[in-house]
Ligand binder design. Structure first.
Ligand SMILES: [Zn+2]
Length: 129
């Protein structure tokens, strides 16, 4: 798995569009949605390829790697599957991620995962064996 997020300094990030491999502009998400959504509305967005990633609290720090529509939906589906497991208190958050990491065989972050990884997690039974 390759990360296309390169940390430059604390304030400058180069976030690459996965389609053209070019640095995406850091913009408000109204560029994509027509009006700003959420408290943290700064994002990296390639208008040409509709790839997008949000940022932490309106900083330049990206939440993961840029993704197109299909991958964004898959990542959202992963969150919809795993977040209730720890939000309900059934498992601790770290435990959920540990089980997934053991089953995948590599450490993952939902925000940086590719479609293949998302699909594996969506098909996975997440429980202690
Ligand atoms: Zn692009």
């Amino acid at each position: 798995m390759t990360l296309d997020t390169t940390k430059n300094t604390d304030k400058e990030y180069i976030v690459l569009c996965p389609v053209d491999g070019k640095p995406a502009p850091w913009v408000e998400n109204k560029e994509k949605y027509g009006r700003n959504f959420g408290k943290s509305y700064m994002c990296y967005y390639c208008k040409e390829h509709d790839t997008y990633v949000g940022c932490h609290n309106n900083t330049r720090v990206p939440l993961g790697s840029m993704a197109g529509e299909e991958l964004r939906k898959a990542r959202m589906a992963v969150h919809a599957k795993i977040d209730p497991m720890w939000k309900s208190g059934r498992l601790r958050r770290g435990e959920v991620y540990r089980i997934i990491t053991l089953k995948l065989g590599y450490v993952y972050h939902t925000g940086e995962s590719d479609l293949e990884t998302c699909n594996k997690i969506l098909a996975m039974e997440i429980a202690y064996e």
